[in-house]
Design a protein around this ligand. Structure first.
Ligand SMILES: NC(=O)c1ccc[n+]([C@@H]2O[C@H](COP(=O)([O-])OP(=O)(O)OC[C@H]3O[C@@H](n4cnc5c(N)ncnc54)[C@H](OP(=O)(O)O)[C@@H]3O)[C@@H](O)[C@H]2O)c1
Length: 312
């Protein structure tokens, strides 16, 4: 697979490392601030349009700030490229829908890069749940929190103009876990947030109620290092995922005992979503069964509502 990067920041460097464990190639990188760091033979562009016009690029990895995901993705799709877009796919359900329409119109692959869903341990958890290991899942708790450096003037998580805030940056992971298991739209939501001086969530708790007595208790933070675990509880037992969003080990706990699983990731884990994208494109698919357009749209809708509640 021949990749082009739109943006060359922190996560792009990690994706580059993961791609070095594959037979894929990064043929070009477009970065307004970092094009001079690109090493030959990879082509360097100082603007994104030249990247989208490059005939050697098959798939574009959008890894810029959240506010720019929709316009860049649509431009790449309209230029005939497949797209892997970093999370969150966009900053509104409406613009996410426009991105999906662009993928459909151009018959190109589009996926939101929720990389956790492709990790071997995560896939094993989903297999066990679908095989009924927990009975009926009734409750999920999941948390993702880290402490950013609020003194860093370049920190994209501070500036509302760059779509800052805990929900879009890390809250998406616990919401994604709950949606991947419960699948339905929640029927109730309540939130409680600690807001920054610029009125974006530094920390947030989200309680989602679903039909059939199912509940998700989710939390996220960019001002505090939190536990980062998830517990999935069913009528027959629990699964406890250590560091659930970068999961390599988990336990299945039942009345008659517990079983531990260790399933390491390759490289820094982004490897697994990269390999999956290439497989889908080779098969002629335009979306992933593990991170479908409907799932991205559902996540966008929930985040729209949660952010509206928190910031009002
Ligand atoms: N999958 C994961 O584990 C993971 C982890 C971290 C982040 N992410 C996601 O990846 C994306 C990028 O995150 P990152 O941490 O890599 O971001 P970053 O290093 O701060 O920046 C990424 C790119 O965004 C543009 N940018 C950054 N700060 C900017 C500013 N102040 N004004 C205008 N443009 C700016 C730059 O584009 P140019 O290169 O063109 O200058 C930069 O290369 C986000 O969507 C984030 O949620 C995913």
């Amino acid at each position: 697979m021949k990749w082009g990067f739109a943006g060359y920041g922190r996560i792009a460097r990690k994706f580059e490392e993961s791609l070095s464990h594959t037979d894929h190639e990064i043929v070009a990188i477009a970065s307004r601030s970092g094009y001079d760091r690109v090493k030959a033979p990879t082509k360097a562009y100082d603007n994104y349009d030249d990247l989208f016009a490059d005939k050697d690029v098959e798939i574009v990895y959008i890894n810029t700030t959240h506010n720019s995901h929709a316009p860049l993705t649509i431009a790449a799709l309209n230029a005939g490229k497949h797209v892997l877009c970093e999370k969150p796919i966009s900053i509104s359900h409406e613009s996410a829908l426009e991105m999906v329409e662009a993928a459909k119109r151009n018959n190109r692959f589009l996926m939101e890069a929720v990389w956790s869903r492709f990790l071997p341990a995560y896939r094993k958890v989903m297999d066990l749940i679908s095989q009924g290991a927990l009975g009926e899942v009734k409750q999920i708790s999941a948390d993702f929190g880290f402490r950013m450096n609020p003194e860093d003037p370049k920190e994209r998580l501070i500036d509302p103009a760059l779509a800052a805030g805990a929900i879009w940056d890390v809250g998406i992971y616990p919401i994604s876990l709950a949606q991947d298991i419960f699948k339905d739209d929640p029927i109730e939501m309540s939130t409680s947030a600690v807001l920054s001086p610029l009125n974006v969530e530094d920390r947030c708790a989200i309680l989602l109620g679903y039909g059939n007595q199912r509940i998700a208790q989710l939390s996220c933070a960019i001002d505090l290092n939190t536990i980062n675990d998830a517990t999935i509880t069913g009528t027959k037992g629990h699964i406890v995922m250590k560091n659930f969003w970068m999961c390599e080990s988990f336990k299945v706990i039942k009345d008659d005992g517990e079983q531990s699983y260790e399933l390491p990731m390759t490289s820094n884990g982004l490897y697994h979503e990269a390999i999956a994208c290439a497989d889908y494109i080779r098969q002629g698919l335009t979306e992933s069964p593990y991170m479908s357009w409907d799932h991205s749209l559902q996540l966008a809708k929930i985040m729209d509502q949660a952010i509206k509640q928190c910031r009002s």
